[in-house]
Design a protein. Sequence first.
Length: 303
Amino acid sequence: MAETQSNARLRADAGAPTSGVIHVRTRLTADFTVIANALAQRRGSAVTIGVAAYIASLPDASSVSITALCAHFSEGEILISRALRELEAAGYLERRRERTSTGTVRTRTYFYDVPGGHPEPPKPRRPRKQPDSSQVAVPSVTVRDATPTTAQAESEEPASASAQEPVPVPAPAALDGADPQAVAVLTALRRVDPRLVLSAGEAARLAPAVTEWLAAGVAAPEITELLTARLRDSFKGRPAGILAFRLRETPLPAPPPLPLRPITPRPLVLPFQDCDGCDRPFRAPTPGRCRDCRPVDRLRAAG
């Protein structure tokens, strides 16, 4: 007996959406990265989200320079550098110049899972106590500190050495070496916008850029207007990152034009006249005789 076949449509799974994406979840136990929805669903460039996800997946001490990122992605330096600037302005990325114990200066890049965090120096591990023979051995559990992921961009030391010997984060730079006028401009920003409150270290790091603007001829009120105009209603990160982005991306004004040289009047050029005696052209204000015919006229008049 032949099997009966039905042309009726199969019933859809209960609870399945009728449109849109359907997630097929797989529980991962290794080789995965946790990213906040605020970053994964961030509006804007997809290159920025991809660069952020790639940096978050890298281990500490990995190079995240523009050259290293261009070697991994197919995008060029312009898009990669733009993505890094957007992450820095949003508070996810921070590039800080630090001085080592040997006196060399290097740039360290801090990547934050949540904007607004502060890097903390790694805590030294305490030596484990040997269990007593009379006690029952209990397996130790290591608790991982919720510190931001750090990636070393440029370093004079190899990556293995920096991973084995953690370098403590130095204290914020003092305001002694900063330009007082630039610091005054930065600290006065909170009078215009109460959200623009800077610490001493942040003001010291931003002061050289403000000093460059002042040296280019930009007055302090103009700098305040450029730094506080058209700010967002809410900040996702520290205001220092937004100010650093504006100081770096706003082009400096063109130098004032040089004063024009005074115009000296040109000497008056007399018109050509035809000599009444020899018909030779000569320059004179009025018609008459040339200088060769004038002595002849004087001799005739004297005789």
